[in-house]
Write a protein that binds this ligand. Structure first.
Ligand code: CP3
Length: 318
């Protein structure tokens, strides 16, 4: 999950100096520094490289800025607009990220893993059509239902481009990859199978030869557990709406990741400890990455994150 960010005073300090978020992403020394901040503070088992799911859309001709919410000045609203989306082949345009990955890998202890990531085709598709984060996803759904075949083509192109992008991250030093389907929860099962899980499967299959663990994070995907049973990945990441014990039974062939509600971190330490222990107890013994169910929000106290992490670090299986 997102672990760097505005809840950390050391992040806010760097951000004030650097100016805007995209400049931070594009400056390897700065991106590497903020990637390492949560590792130094909490001693986590893995670092996720500092970037955003939307930055690889810029080399395809998308005009992007963050304020801090993402905004696209030239969204794709009609089938003809898709001609404007041109991903570089072979992949290029994110050399700053490769440099960041190399810098972070060099700085990390050998036992700390480095995770690369991308957005899933459906989630990126919503941003391309909507131009921003949405509550209802009306514009993306309007596009998909008016032009289902064109929307299929869009998400398939995104799958192919993100496969090439993740490949470039692994070549630069990423030892695991995470695909964020942050907005799959907006879709019913039938549409999710067609426009989210199908193209995500295509993406994950394409990187199977890289030999690194693949994590598929389905935010709001509790209604899709059975549909994810054969996803070509090693780990399924779940948000807090999924029951972890139920997911452990429904997904027997996957390791699981998650899934504490980040909102629990707004509560007292006792509650954080109790909920974290209950989470770990419900998790599969066959393979499990203890984590939040979504990124840390800016208002979460640093103390609460420490309590969460320490509770997990002290936990021992009987
Ligand atoms: O911990 C890390 O180093 C990971 C960095 C990371 C960011 N974005 C940095 C970021 C990761 C993994 C992401 C992924 C991302 N970006 C997702 C998928 C994960 C999820 O949370 O579901 C999504 C949907 C986005 C799109 C996005 N980027 C949004 C909605 C926002 C605004 C968020 C907000 O807090 O207002 C961003 C901006 C963004 N990406 C920030 C950070 C640290 C905040 C920018 C700032 O510092 O001002």
């Amino acid at each position: 999950m997102r672990q760097a960010g505005r809840y950390l005073p050391e992040y806010r300090e760097v951000r004030t100096r650097a100016g805007d978020f995209l400049t931070m992403c594009r400056t390897p020394e700065i991106a590497a520094e903020v990637t390492l901040q949560p590792i130094r503070r909490f001693g986590l088992d893995a670092a996720i490289v500092f970037s955003d799911i939307l930055t690889p859309l810029v080399p395809a001709g998308i005009e992007l800025d963050f304020a801090p919410a993402p905004h696209i000045a030239n969204p794709l609203r009609t089938p003809a607009d898709l001609d404007r989306l041109r991903f570089p082949e072979p992949w290029s345009g994110t050399e700053f990220l490769s440099e960041t990955l190399a810098l972070v890998r060099e700085a990390l202890a050998p036992e700390t893993a480095l995770i690369g990531f991308c957005g899933a085709p459906w989630t990126l598709g919503t941003y391309l059509v909507e131009g921003s984060t949405s509550r209802s996803f009306s514009l993306a759904k309007a596009f998909a239902h008016h032009h289902p075949g064109v929307f299929d083509a869009l998400v398939n192109r995104l799958a192919d481009a993100m496969a090439a992008y993740l490949r470039s991250q692994v070549e630069a030093g990423a030892q695991a990859v995470q695909v964020f389907d942050s907005w799959i929860g907006a879709l019913g099962a039938e549409d999710a199978r067609r426009w989210a899980l199908g193209p995500a499967r295509r993406l994950l299959e394409k990187i199977g030869d890289l030999g690194v663990p693949r994590i598929y994070f389905a935010n709001g995907g509790a209604h899709l557990l059975h549909d994810m049973r054969d996803m070509p990945c090693e780990v399924i990441g779940l948000d807090w709406r999924a029951d972890l014990a139920m997911a452990t039974r429904a997904l027997p062939d996957h390791a699981l990741q998650g899934n504490l509600d980040p909102g629990v971190l707004m509560g007292p330490d006792d509650a954080i400890r109790a909920r974290t222990l209950a989470m770990v107890a419900a998790a599969p013994r066959r393979g499990y990455i203890a984590n939040l169910g979504h990124g840390v929000t800016p208002d979460v106290p640093v103390r609460a994150v420490s309590t969460f992490v320490e509770t997990i670090q002290r936990y021992r299986y009987e």
